[in-house]
Ligand binder design. Sequence first.
Ligand SMILES: Nc1nc2c(ncn2[C@@H]2O[C@H](COP(=O)(O)OP(=O)(O)OP(=O)(O)O)[C@@H](O)[C@H]2O)c(=O)[nH]1
Ligand SMILES: [Mg+2]
Length: 178
Amino acid sequence: MKLSLWDTAGQEQYKSITRSYFRGASGALLVFDITRRQTFNSVTSWLHDLRQIAEEDIVIILVGNKSDLAPSSTITEGDAKNKRQVTRDEAEEWCKVNKVMQYVETSAKSGENVERAFLEVAERIYQNVEAGKYNLNDRRSGVKGPGSGGGARTVTLGGSGGAGAGAAKKAGIGCGFN
Ligand SMILES: Nc1nc2c(ncn2[C@@H]2O[C@H](COP(=O)(O)OP(=O)(O)OP(=O)(O)O)[C@@H](O)[C@H]2O)c(=O)[nH]1
Ligand SMILES: [Mg+2]
């Protein structure tokens, strides 16, 4: 299965350009920074845009990044090592309320869970293909049948090496840290 990934800008000034990438998207990793509450607050607005513009059955997962700066899953005031501003429970609750399938915490710095986040989305898109949810012959659809697709750089997921920390912090559709 070949994925085409777009890393979009999270800044407000690029929002109209960013939106143009949503059309035809079949999956999205909605990324916020767990050490900055403001980025979590923006996620709802990004989700709203996505649901308006992207494919109806778009697979969305919420990603809380910078887990390397947040050893505890709760907010611990006075503990300088734990910079967390959004609890895991809160993010999971947001997913429930907004019908987003899953929450994953990652660290682009250490690479923790980065590959898993991408695999979660890929696997769910695959399940949708199997269930016949996409029209593979529709030009406008982001999901194509065998033989089509561009010649982008190939990254193999699921191997022992993995995408690593730098390779894929964010792709599909993301909200920024700004
Ligand atoms: N400690 C830590 N720092 C991170 C992590 N991910 C990103 N950063 C840092 O956070 C800052 C912002 O990262 P960017 O990759 O520019 O964020 P972005 O969301 O792509 O920003 P836009 O493209 O402007 O939307 C940089 O200084 C990164 O080095 C992480 O997992 N852990
Ligand atoms: Mg960026």
